[in-house]
Design a protein around this ligand. Structure first.
Ligand code: SAM
Length: 244
């Protein structure tokens, strides 16, 4: 299995707005891309292991929706060695799922992580003690977000939880611009050039559509969740724990 290469995609590509896709080129550099682009990415995984130890129950399923290369699925398996828990890792990118299958070959987690290439709005969720939706809702067509969250709520056991991580926007334009500016400084600190940052921003323009903190909270409570906690925030990246 080839390991993740350094993300140089926007050094090389001249892009058109809206053309960001999770294709083979992105899958090949994804680990480097996400750790250099998402502030707090590793901290979210440490938090996920804590949440998994608290919520995952024997003879239940964990869903990793928009799993990419399965980082969250591997974190859950590390935290929960119980073989009666299976982790269903769903992504609609064939390149991501193919790489995840390769990563799993010969690994102890192979028997427990089940990669599924499908649209998360179309998969059935059942008997779940934990659902992870990390940095993926923002790529789902906004009119389909409410029904996806409602479906997840329905598929969770009582007292089970969802961990939701997203890049948020701010209703106030000045606040939004300031946070976007800080995020760009963060990426510069991760050795992305100003040109790479600008090209990627343009490519993501109509693809990654952010919601505000209020929109997330309202949607989660409307779906029926009894408690919603913002567990962590790094710049404009936030992680919620929503408990059924
Ligand atoms: C930013 S990545 C998620 C990162 C991953 N959750 C992690 O923490 O490492 C978003 C992923 O969601 C997938 N995705 C986007 N929309 C999807 C959909 N409707 N159904 C399934 N997967 C989707 C993309 O292919 C991509 O792999």
């Amino acid at each position: 299995m080839p390991t993740s290469r350094k993300d140089r995609i926007y050094q090389q590509r001249r892009t058109q707005p809206g053309d960001f896709v999770f294709d083979e080129a992105v899958a090949g550099v994804f680990e480097d891309m996400i750790t250099r682009s998402v502030p707090g990415y590793e901290a979210v995984h440490r938090l996920l292991r804590v949440v998994a130890r608290k919520f995952v129950k024997k003879d239940s399923s964990v869903y990793d929706l928009g799993c990419s290369l399965g980082a969250a699925s591997f974190s859950v398996c590390e935290a929960i060695p119980n073989a009666s828990v299976s982790v269903i890792a769903v992504d609609n990118s064939e390149a991501m799922i193919h790489r995840l299958q390769q990563k799993l070959e010969g690994q102890p987690s192979e028997a427990r992580i089940k990669p599924v290439c499908a649209d998360i709005t179309e998969v059935e969720i059942e008997n779940a003690s934990l659902v992870i939706l990390n940095y993926t809702l923002q790529f789902v067509d906004p009119p389909r977000r409410d029904s996806l969250i409602q479906k997840i709520y329905s598929g969770l056991r009582q007292d089970a939880a969802m961990l939701l991580s997203e890049k948020i926007c701010y209703a106030n334009d000045d606040e939004d611009a300031r946070m976007q500016g800080l995020h760009e400084k963060f990426k510069q600190g991760q050795h992305y050039s100003a040109l790479e940052i600008a090209r990627k921003r343009e490519a993501l323009e109509d693809v990654l559509i952010r919601d505000t903190h209020e929109q997330h909270r309202t949607r989660l409570y409307r779906a029926g969740f009894s408690r919603v906690f913002a567990l962590m925030q790094h710049l404009n990246f936030i992680t919620y724990l929503a408990i059924k």
